[in-house]
Design a protein around this ligand. Structure first.
Ligand code: PLP
Length: 428
């Protein structure tokens, strides 16, 4: 596999960029080797600077659900670009986008656009505290909600990959109001609620994707909804990864629950920096300028990003790819398990909607602890073989693979062949 140009750029980049990347998971630390540098992408394919072509299962960690450079989206972005980049005043596009988002999530009367998932989540937490007058939040071990101080505790994603328990630079005071519960374990939530009357909210990834894919049991998620409601604690559903991806109405539509506050990111911006948080009127009316919970942003509701988001959501709604995603993910699961069986490798496959993840372990993966039983050395071998055979996967055992609408049957058959070769390499 030719990687000379990537190696050259990686070396050059290290001079002025931290680790030659702008986000740690891109550094390929847990799989070793040098991170690839990208030249361009189109449809289901992504091309690196050495001319290698890959079927893209990273999809920029989720946003590119329609594949790269969808023609309708591109036309909308080009049209918006010609009108100006940012104005510091409102545009009609923000209203159109807000309507599309609120219609998708029944629990959302109003929404506020921001520029990232991190921003959406930390704003939602401030809002929950403002609304309830309470301070503490409960988060689940292995769930990642962006890199704000209060949430960098027992987080997944890059932290799981690098085995860092938290982060340097986060003061004790910033995390003293963050309580940790275990995914799929309602008792761990009940214990906190029983012992503390200062809890504003519980935040959850409704389908976890940052410890690898871990789905909630239907009892757990329903009990969590009932318990929070009965305790007067807000349920913040972090749909940054799952919003418009699990279903058009996110994981909430798939799981049949309704959040008090919903956080969005990734797909909602179609590849431009957009995040959002929304809730029923009673809660959103706390936010400035209507209320006294302050939150603002120079580039919030940016017109180019809104144009991209609107075109992406409209196209997604029209294509309604969710049944097809389910079938493709089921096919991949069967192929992964069959190949693992053939070569005597312990493997679990977790999938939900268009997110799928093989774990190299005997143990059923239901939470962060069981996810961490995975053999990351085996994943490393698997990852590089898949790359060699033209499949770009997230370079970590603990990141979800994302399906996109631009993937063809031919692509998926190519992936099947790569899986067989990669599993064989793991066994050798
Ligand atoms: N919440 C979840 C569930 C995420 O998966 C992520 C990012 O991966 C975030 C929040 C943070 O979003 P961003 O990286 O856009 O700040």
């Amino acid at each position: 596999m030719k990687l000379e140009r990537s190696i050259e750029l990686y070396t050059k980049g290290k001079r002025n960029l931290v680790g030659s990347v702008n986000s740690p998971v891109r550094a390929f630390k847990s799989v070793g080797g040098v991170p690839i540098f990208i030249e361009k992408a189109k449809g289901s394919k992504i091309y690196d600077v050495d001319g290698n072509e890959y079927i893209d299962f990273v999809l920029s960690y989720g946003p590119m659900i329609l594949g790269h450079r969808n023609s309708k989206v591109e036309r909308a972005v080009e049209k918006a670009l010609k009108k100006g980049y940012t104005f510091g005043a409102s545009t009609e596009a923000e209203i159109k986008m807000a309507k599309l988002v609120c219609e998708a999530f029944p629990g959302m009367d109003k929404v506020r656009f921001v520029s990232s998932g991190t921003e959406a989540v930390f704003s939602a937490i401030r809002l929950a505290r403002a609304f309830t007058g309470k301070n503490k939040i409960i988060k689940f071990s292995g769930c990642y909600h962006g890199h704000s101080d209060a949430l960098l505790v027992a987080a997944g994603s890059g932290l799981a990959t690098l085995s860092i328990p938290g982060s340097a630079g986060v003061p004790d005071e910033a995390v003293k109001n963050t309580l940790i519960a275990e995914y799929n374990n309602i008792d761990s939530v009940e214990n906190h609620l029983a012992n503390n009357n200062d809890i504003a909210a519980v935040i959850i990834e409704p389908i976890a994707g940052n410890m690898g894919v871990v789905q909630p049991t239907s009892e757990f998620i329903q009990e969590l909804r009932d318990l929070t409601k009965a305790s007067g604690v807000l349920l913040i559903v972090d749909e940054v990864m799952t919003g418009f991806r699990s279903k058009f109405g996110g994981a909430q539509e798939l799981l049949g629950i309704e959040a008090d506050i919903t956080c969005l990111g990734k797909v909602v911006g179609g590849g431009f920096p957009v995040g959002a948080y929304g809730a029923r009127n009673e809660i959103m009316e706390m936010v400035a300028p209507l209320g006294n919970m302050y939150q603002a942003g120079t580039l919030s509701g940016n017109p180019i990003a809104m144009a991209c988001g609107i075109a992406t959501l409209k196209e997604l709604k029209k294509q309604n790819p969710y049944d097809k995603f389910e079938k493709t993910a089921a096919f991949l699961e069967r192929e992964l398990l069959a190949a693992a069986k053939e070569y005597g490798i312990d493997l679990q496959v977790n999938r939900f909607g268009s997110m799928i993840n093989p774990f190299f372990t005997k143990e059923k993966v239901v939470d962060f602890k069981s996810a961490q039983t995975s053999n990351t050395e085996q994943f490393k071998t698997f990852f590089w073989k898949m790359m060699e055979h033209g499949v770009f996967l997230p370079p970590s055992q603990f990141e979800a693979w994302f399906l996109g609408t631009a993937m063809t049957k031919r692509d998926i058959y190519k992936v099947r062949s790569a899986i067989k070769i990669a599993m064989k390499a793991v066994a050798e």
